[in-house]
Design a binder for this molecule. Structure first.
Ligand code: HEM
Length: 301
């Protein structure tokens, strides 16, 4: 994980330096969703402290689990903690226990918070765009039609044919922009567009503001997966950063896209759905559902 420095204007709030796991950032940013970072209320402080205690709690659970497993190393569970334990006991571990435990906590957080939030946004966009559901269903019905009956589960080859699904996923990620900010620290004075970013300053790039730039994404608030068709995709990709960019690009990006594709495959081939209640959204640094979003799944007729 990255180094944490203290913010001069708010000693309780660490600044995240360039190589910081974004999940820590999420924990703190999500706590502050309704306020600006620089104007924290007492409630925000309490929420922030509660979040940090929650994080410590998860770390403790993971450390206890590791300890338990160390006492019976011959028993294997076939999960990622086994890999972590093997690494720690290998005698050539590059990472220490604290780092690894924090990473696993980060994976858990990303898996239970970011992907489901993206899927919630996706459900909302799809509900409002029956033409997209139709095109998506066509793609997945074709996969089912061509499926070898001896191979009942989805295959890698089938996944690779999901061209429209990939466009839908990009569009969901563009509009939901679940990563509220990408953090970098200027290591030296940086000149950008006539401005100087002084060395040591922390810069937060907002993917949402890039994803909603009308000079790049025509009619940016419209959910339009067709904008990602092959002929446009390359130029749009340069401005697409749901998973960040550069050296710290999200490690779970491909896994997440795969997971969403599997979700969409099951959704459109087996179900239809209707809205039950809520689903209002608002945008700050990301797309938020202040009162959740409830749908009812119905078997596809
Ligand atoms: C919709 C889901 C997700 C979104 C929107 C997302 C977004 C991001 C963003 C914006 C970054 C920061 C990149 C940067 O600083 O340039 C990041 C980093 C990271 N993400 Fe994700 N992520 C998601 C899911 C996941 C999942 C499921 C995992 C793990 C299972 C994961 C693991 C990581 C890790 C380990 C990093 C740190 C990489 C590094 O610093 O080298 N993410 N993610």
């Amino acid at each position: 994980m990255g180094r944490l420095a203290q913010r001069p204007d708010h000693p309780a709030l660490p600044i995240l330096t360039s190589n910081t796991c974004p999940t820590i950032l999420w924990q703190s940013l999500h706590a502050k969703k309704h306020s600006q970072l620089s104007k924290l209320s007492k409630d925000d402080d309490k929420q922030y402290i509660a979040d940090m205690m929650g994080r410590k709690h998860v770390q403790k659970i993971l450390k206890d689990l590791l300890k338990q497993r160390t006492t019976a190393p011959q028993k294997k569970y076939g999960d990622f903690l086994d890999v972590v334990l093997d690494e720690l006991q290998s005698g050539r571990a590059l990472l220490d226990e604290n780092f690894l435990v924090d990473t696993v906590a980060g994976f858990i957080f990303a898996g239970v918070a970011l992907t489901p939030t993206t899927l919630t946004a996706g459900m909302k966009f799809l509900t409002d765009s029956p033409n997209v559901v139709e095109a998506l269903s066509e793609e997945h019905d074709t996969i089912l039609k061509n499926r070898d009956e001896t191979q009942p589960t989805i295959t890698w080859e089938e996944f690779k044919t999901m061209k429209f699904t990939d466009q839908v996923i990009n569009e969901i990620l563009r509009l939901s922009s679940n990563g509220p900010g990408i953090i970098r620290q200027a290591l030296k004075d940086v000149q950008y567009n006539g401005y100087t970013i002084p060395a040591g300053w922390v810069v937060m790039i907002s993917p949402m503001s890039v994803h909603l730039n009308p000079d790049i994404f025509e009619d940016p608030l419209t959910f339009n997966p067709w904008r990602w068709q092959e002929e446009n995709a390359n130029s749009l990709m340069k401005h697409f950063m749901p998973f960040g960019d550069g050296k710290r690009h999200c490690m779970g990006a491909n896994f997440t896209k795969f997971q969403i594709a599997m979700f969409l495959h099951t959704l459109v081939t087996k179900y239809r759905w209707k809205e039950i209640k809520r689903g209002e959204t608002f945008r700050i640094a990301d797309l938020a559902f202040p009162q959740d979003y409830h749908i009812k799944l119905l078997p596809r007729s």
